[in-house]
Design a protein around this ligand. Structure first.
Ligand code: SF4
Length: 230
């Protein structure tokens, strides 16, 4: 399967009834500030540079962010924070991500997520993660140059580790979630070295408002990634 074929399959997926209902409900009942907008209200594909050496792995689209704009980390505060750090580390041509027409181009980076539809309260169920992770598995096969993976949040991190194990990667020790750690994993994935893994707190509003994650902390994560990809 090519990336285009995979993305065609993703955008027409309706496998999780709860998420299908939610993504369409929020689109039909937007808050006043978005009332004039037409929501995407479908699953989101990954986006960015298909030759990327950096993979950025998020959790799921936000109801009024990606689910509205049609692109991950676009049109909400998580996207603002993430793209600022990507820009400062040289992975993006600009520091804003507001709409499909905003001119954002990623260099050597590809953004994706473990779940493609906006979940209620940003919390997918275990079954929904299981349903959706097959798309990430296929992306990992198709993105041939990935050397570093930044996993945003604990769920993205643990799902990625489980996926590696399912793909046959033998890990002598299972990495633990620690913001900014660098895990050089042994073994191969689809015939290539397993990408270096960097866990990071998710740039959610909850984390940035409470100071758990600052812009500077996220900058450091992507500067580390920059150092590792060269
Ligand atoms: S979350 Fe994934 S598996 Fe579930 S409906 Fe959306 S695209 Fe399909």
């Amino acid at each position: 399967m090519s990336l285009e074929e995979l993305n065609t399959r993703i955008v027409s997926c309706r496998l999780c009834p709860r998420l299908v209902k939610h993504r369409e409900y929020v689109a039909a009942n937007p808050p006043p500030r978005f009332r004039s907008e037409r929501y995407w209200a479908r699953p989101l594909t990954g986006f960015g540079d298909v030759e990327a050496r950096l993979l950025v792995l998020g959790l799921a689209p936000a109801a009024h962010g990606g689910n509205r704009t049609g692109r991950m980390f676009t049109g909400d505060s998580s996207g603002d924070t993430l793209v600022k750090s990507l820009y400062r580390a040289g992975f993006a041509n600009q520091d804003r991500s507001v709409s499909l027409e905003d001119g954002l181009v990623l260099h050597d980076a590809y953004i994706t997520a473990v779940v493609r539809c906006a979940p209620p309260s940003n919390k997918p169920t275990a079954a929904e993660v299981r349903n959706c992770v097959k798309y990430l598995a296929e992306e990992l096969r198709l993105l041939r140059n990935v050397k570093v993976c930044v996993a945003l949040g604990r769920l993205a991190f643990t799902t990625y580790i489980q996926l590696l194990k399912r793909e046959g990667v033998q890990l002598s020790r299972s990495p633990v979630f620690k913001h900014g750690a660098v895990y050089r994993l042994e073994g191969t994935l689809h015939g290539k070295p397993v990408p270096v893994l960097i866990p990071s707190y998710h740039p959610s509003r909850q984390n940035t408002n409470t100071g758990r994650l600052t812009q500077q902390m996220l900058d450091h994560v992507f500067q580390k990634a920059r150092g590792l990809v060269g």
